[in-house]
Design a protein around this ligand. Sequence first.
Ligand SMILES: [Zn+2]
Length: 813
Amino acid sequence: MRFRVAFLGLFCLIATDVCTAEKSAREAFDQLNALRVDPATLYQIEAANRIELHRGDVRLSLEQGKLAFLQLFEGHLTGAVFVGRGHILAAPRDPVEKQQMAHFLGAPVLDQDFGSACLRFTDGSAADLLRQLGEAGVSPEPDSAFAARWDSVLATLNPNQSLRVLFDSFSQIPKPYFYAAIDGAATGAFDVLLDPLRREPLLLGQVKRNAGRAFYDVWASYRPANIDAPPVTFRALRYSIDTSIFVGNSLEAKTEVRFRAEAGGERLLSLQLSHMLNVDEIRGEDGQALTFFQNEGMTLRERSTRGNDFLYVVLPSAPARGTEFSVRFRYRGNVIEDAGNGVLFVGARESWYPHFGDGADFADYDLTMHWPRRLRLVATGSKLDEREDGDFRVGHWRTEKPASVAGFNLGDYAFASLAAGGHSLEIYANRSLEQALNNRLSSPAFDSPRITPTFGPEGQAGTSMMQTIPTVAPSPADALKQLGRDIDSSIRFYENLTGPFPFQKLGVSQIPGTFGQGWPGLLYISTYSFLPAAAQQRAGLSESGQEHFTDLVPFHEVAHQWWGNVVGWSMYRDQWIDEAIANYFALLFADSQKNANHSLRVWLTRYRQRLVEKLPAAEQPASEIGALDLGTRLTSSKSPEGFEQVIYAKGSWVIHMLREMLRQPGTKDPDARFVTLLHTLASKYAYRALSSADLQHEIEAVMTPAMDLEGGRSMEWFFEDWVRGTGIPHYRAEFSVHHAEKGFVVRGKLFQHGVPRSFISPVPLYASGGGGHPTPLGVVIAAGPETTFHFTTQTAPNKILIDPHMTLLCISE
Ligand SMILES: [Zn+2]
């Protein structure tokens, strides 16, 4: 039997370690893991009476072969296996999903034969199958050899499903689900999931490797029309985290989380917690030990390589809606990464403590940290006190405003602070680096590795990106102060665009390597950003790499203080907004600092180039990977850097185009409408999620008549083209000039390609008549492959220029 098991990666509840407090939950879980094929339930399916299952937009046909059920669990059938000739047909209607299906499968539908399948379910699948078998008059024929062949497959596959099956038995409002692991004839193993617990219940996808990395390629993920969005079950209100960090970077912690039951009737809490942390115990409101599941059955070694970052806690009973309760966690492990030169930081950004919810779930945080005395610790929130305690320091921080995440880092830091306006700025740079750099400077010659900057401001926070800088070194103290002044001016610049800086303090700490990260009131900035140009050059940075680290990275992260840490995002589909605004802000700030260099124009040109060029190893240019709102789905086996390539480049352009359309040239404040929009977004969506639909709605509130291409005050066309659309338009103009009574008549055609036929866009055309600046002819609303135009002018143009002022992301041919 040819059967490979696909794992659902991030997308499903993956089961795992149990404490024995509640026997029944643990026993049920073990029972589910132990389910095997029941040899007495084998049915022979003939071509004349094939069996069909319809789930969402998916049709599974079992045309001929053998079907058998798993053993009963608490009297219910929760699975079946099939070997023979099957067929699957799935045709999503949404254009974004169709584009992705075509991207991965070569056609916008999944239409494939398969040789075997394993089904798990709590929905009506068992009844559906049995009814059809009954109607066909098929009786079971025991076959123990067939059953035994599935043992190893089920041993691997069951743990991924057991907790999900259990969820329905824990919940007063079960959400029946369906899952199929299918061995496709053309694609190999893939997953079909219809799970109403997910915000996008239907998922088609598979694990695929590329260059030694495993990716989960999502072919389609969406909510079919007849399935409601899942309710919010719980909310975390307050975290009290008490963490001790020891020499060797291990930590031990006690965390208490205060929850509120939002829906009522649910018993299973699912949290993020790094697989590098091991839970010792979890206690409930009255101190009773609670059952939990965390990478069940894995050894420590297995956990470190393939464990997942989820922790599931079973409450003793389902709290009523509105009830508040506390859960206390004790855990230990090592999630602190040594970045070199005495800088330690938390790699597991959202999972170094039991963390509930997503980037739009804001809560209060109270942090107590104990750490080795010789180091300085920088944390999110306001520091209430710090004292020495033997070989340790103890500090206490509390958030002033709700935060979606808390974090810290520590190192042997030099420190500078400046007070400015309503906030203070604290800059921390590594002291030991200075010595390393001095040594390096005094060495006669050295070779530095060439460092390729990543596409976006943030690299991966994994160790692979942590290239410590061996050389480079000037005076960090000077660089520190200069960076402090620059960051302070960026804050003032952004305050004009967005409103007051949201925190009392901004800590900026240096991290060796090429990545940056922004926490509420705390930034990690790459060492490269602390270096003067000469040192960056010696470290192997290209010119654009230098500009990236000097002009963009720190200020992109500063902008995230508003866009990400105050205005949140909840769905992966909305992440592009905060990234795009943060990046565009960094471009605007760079432009305001160095007008002579026209940073905005330089970067927009670079980004356009990166979107349309096809890199040697890539199958297609970045602009063709997929829509902006696919977020992290852009990264896949087909485009390992897809997120970075698309989000920063296209996202910055999208914000730029909006700004250009909202501009009122010749007025006192040409950007007034754009700034009003930003202020509205920052205040109205503070401490909650800003979605693409919200953004569209707010733009529609300030849009100009010229933006209303379709009538009805709608920006649907823009979001269709640029947020949910793929491709970049290419334009070419053909024209002829005729004398008229007054001046000249210019008639012509504007040709558009590279985008779907439905793509419409206002395209500014300019006349160039020999010397002097190009003069505007007018705006053509390009619709489809060919749009005719005519203008009357005073002078005859020699040439028509398409959008010379870069207000539109397009290629002019
Ligand atoms: Zn960012």
